[in-house]
Design a protein around this ligand. Sequence first.
Ligand code: GTP
Ligand code: MG
Length: 217
Amino acid sequence: MKNGDAEVDLGRLRHDFTRFMMSYKFGIDELITKINILKQEFTHIHRYSPIEHVSSRLKTPESIIDKARRKKCALTLDAIRESIFDVAGVRITCSFISDTYRIADMLSSQTDIRVVEVKDYIANPKPNGYKSLHLIVEIPVFMSDRVQPVLVELQIRTIAMDFWASLEHKIFYKYRGEIPPTLLAELTEAAESANKLDEKMESLHDEVVELNGDTEN
Ligand code: GTP
Ligand code: MG
């Protein structure tokens, strides 16, 4: 191959890769707009916000390639689109456990969202105590010349679940996945305390709602 051809190929690859990453960024933007609409409308009706915080992230090219290698997926954009579901990620932190399911239901029932997968680690926590509701959703992104369906990994959890998961994540990295058993046991205990707090906050909230007679809640 001549040098000029290689340059053209590389230029093309860079162009296609940028469009690929942009489609995921737009998928995140669309989902966040939907979440903000739900948040504002819910707050108007129920006089409290079920959503405390929304964050998002795009996987880095390095981490996409690492995951593709781990999954023995071909290093082409089409293959990556088909087998890696968390290039785009959105995380919603809710006030109460019931809100996590409410938000998930509200988004899932929207006609332009297709739910590809649900993992309910709230009902079925991981052995270490990790809790969160995970959805892989497909959302259409209207590009200049086509409609690109984009997958987004959506994690919905409470503040207490999020607090626990961030600490566990830090510890996991510090020990490179080999957390000492005593620390692991303490973490699992902390997850139980976080869960107790969540249940207590939810029942207090329910009592206040009953006192206020908010029948819409
Ligand atoms: P990956 O492909 O490795 O991302 O996992 P998976 O396809 O089995 O998906 P899963 O739904 O189990 O986890 C996806 C994401 O949830 C992870 O990338 C983390 O952000 C989060 N997660 C899952 N398990 C844990 C955990 O034990 N601790 C923490 N802190 N986060 C977790
Ligand atoms: Mg992941």
